[in-house]
Design a protein. Structure first.
Length: 543
């Protein structure tokens, strides 16, 4: 006898109305999930994945959101027609949801104990003592070490992995039958991602939960899900068992997604090319001050004695988990923060340069940030954003010449120059990152620091940006410092790799050697987590 679905979504549509204009975000999608089963919904940003998931718990911004068609049957009852009182009984009790970014989902003003206990008190009427005991039990179950010491912690005092574990503890507090996980590992390092996925699988097996997993990471889907639904433009274009879909995709969009991983090889290593940026024994130590007189009692050694060199037309990849010192190293090289040690650019010692002395060099030393939306001014047009550096470093050129250079830079990164009078919010995430790259490239720099430039992008857009960066490097002989925790992207771009942990370089060398024959346990753990989604060896990675 075939098991009936625990949840059945039938012919669901979602529309949003704003300013008299209606947009259909989800168009007649249908899927089901059985008890104990893991179903993944995969697709790129804007495909309708999260909107479909939020519809299940009626968490969309009603009345702006509406459902022109469909049913959402949970144990045979239609949730779309359920009243608010009925939904309160379902939310958190029978169906729970883990959101993508725990820092925005957790209340910054409440402790861990208060946030987890609140669910138990509301839904189960537990006393303070009983709730505290249950909170400790939950934190222990989700792998928070020394949970008693974390009860009074606030979200900002936890690492990304710890915050996500607290979110999981909250969602599991009332032992739901269905867990919806909306991109729960996107913002996490690869080793922490592997641990969180392993934890979810273990908890699912122990409790017999159904799991609806929303993601754009096909590697996670392949290892984690039983069935997959592929979404694009609000529609499910293909669904079935994971092995079947991955081995024999039928729809062109599914084939496009599966082919979207960053590919290609970095430029040929050439040790005869001149060194553009170099640092010896670079240190960035932040003082720890305590007491009434604020005496220095120790240091946080964010970067502790690192040697790096980047040649013309070559890429140095800096990898490691959050907090390992990757970005601090990059900012120190660019003289954006104070450091000790020798830093040379184009053979010139710049460590003792003042801000004023550094200014003429800024045109040759550029940076592309992780979040393009946060790094682009929403009040400036694209023409003003890309042209701002030209105004500063080339004040003598005419407005017409500046506009021509802006148009050329935009076209070089694959954007239509006629869109340069639009604003950042009018572009997709991938297009915004191309604008950020154009802003750097318009000054014709020699050295570019790329700080996690693809981590916020869909996989197919990641692949496009990697190809673009490789093409620009080849055309202009650019030296890249590429900072990332995404080892697949680093492998496609870097000649040399430095693996950082707690401010130190635990391993460094040619990229091929680091990826194919890592020497340290920590590097092996990173490679295992990135390429095989295995859990890091015990004691290697702390979360």
């Amino acid at each position: 006898m075939t098991q009936a679905p625990l949840l059945s979504v039938e012919d669901l549509s979602v529309a949003f109305t704003q300013g008299g204009r209606t947009t259909v975000a989800v168009d007649r999608v249908s899927f089901g999930i059985k008890k104990g089963e893991t179903v993944a919904i995969v697709g790129e940003s804007g495909s309708g994945k999260s909107v479909s998931a939020l519809s299940i718990l009626k968490l969309l911004p009603y009345p702006a959101a509406s459902h022109p068609s469909g049913k959402i049957l949970f144990r045979g009852a239609d949730l779309l027609t359920a009243g608010e009182d009925e939904m309160r009984k379902v939310r958190g009790n029978e169906i729970s949801m883990i959101f993508q970014e725990p820092m925005t989902s957790l209340n910054p003003l409440h402790t861990v104990e208060r946030q987890v206990a609140e669910i138990l008190k509301i839904h189960r009427g537990m006393s303070d003592t009983a709730a505290r005991a249950r909170v400790l039990e939950l934190l222990n179950q989700v792998g928070i070490r020394e949970p008693e010491s974390r009860l009074k912690s606030y979200p900002h005092q936890l690492s990304g992995g710890q915050r996500q574990r607290v979110m999981i503890a909250m969602t599991l507090a009332n032992e739901p039958d269905l867990l919806i996980a909306d991109e729960p590992t996107t913002a996490l390092d690869v080793t922490v991602q592997a641990q969180i996925l392993k934890l979810l699988k273990e908890l699912q097996a122990a409790r017999g939960m159904a799991l609806l997993f929303i993601t754009h990471d096909l590697g996670v889907v392949e290892k984690f899900a039983d069935r997959v639904c592929v979404m694009t433009k609000g529609q499910i274009v293909e669904q079935g068992p994971v092995a079947e879909i991955f081995m024999s995709p039928q729809h062109p969009y599914t084939k496009h997604l599966l082919a979207a991983e960053p590919k290609g090889d970095p430029p040929q290593t050439d040790v005869s090319r001149p060194i553009v940026m170099e640092a010896d024994d670079l240190k960035v130590w932040f003082p720890i001050k305590r007491g009434l007189l604020r005496r220095t009692v120790g240091h946080v050694k964010a970067v502790d004695g690192i040697d790096v060199s980047v040649r013309e037309g070559q890429t140095l990849g800096i990898v490691g988990e959050s907090g390992s010192g990757k970005t601090t190293l990059g900012l120190a090289l660019l003289r954006m923060i104070s450091s000790t040690g020798r830093i040379t650019f184009n053979g010139q010692d710049i460590q003792e340069h003042s801000w004023k002395e550094m200014r003429p060099l800024r045109r040759d030393i550029q940076i592309v940030f992780q979040d393009p939306f946060g790094s682009l001014s929403p009040r400036m047009s694209v023409a003003d954003i890309v042209g701002e550096g030209l105004e500063i470093h080339f004040p003598a050129i005419s407005p017409a010449e500046r506009d021509r250079k802006v148009a050329t830079a935009l076209e070089e990164v694959g954007l239509d120059a006629s869109t340069r009078n639009r604003y950042p919010h009018e572009f997709s995430g991938g297009q915004r990152q191309r604008i950020s790259i154009a802003r750097a490239m318009v000054l014709e720099p020699r050295f570019v620091m790329l700080d996690e430039p693809t981590s916020a992008l869909d996989m197919s857009v990641q692949a496009q940006v990697v190809d673009l960066l490789r093409d620009l490097q080849r055309a202009h002989g650019l030296a890249y410092l590429f900072i990332s925790h995404d080892l697949k992207v680093v492998r496609a771009l870097a000649n040399e790799v430095v693996v950082m942990r707690q401010g130190k370089a635990v391993e460094a060398g040619p990229a091929e050697q680091i990826f194919d024959n890592p020497q340290t346990d920590y590097t092996k753990a990173l490679m295992a987590a990135a390429f095989r989604l295995e859990t890091a060896p015990e004691g290697v990675v702390n979360v």
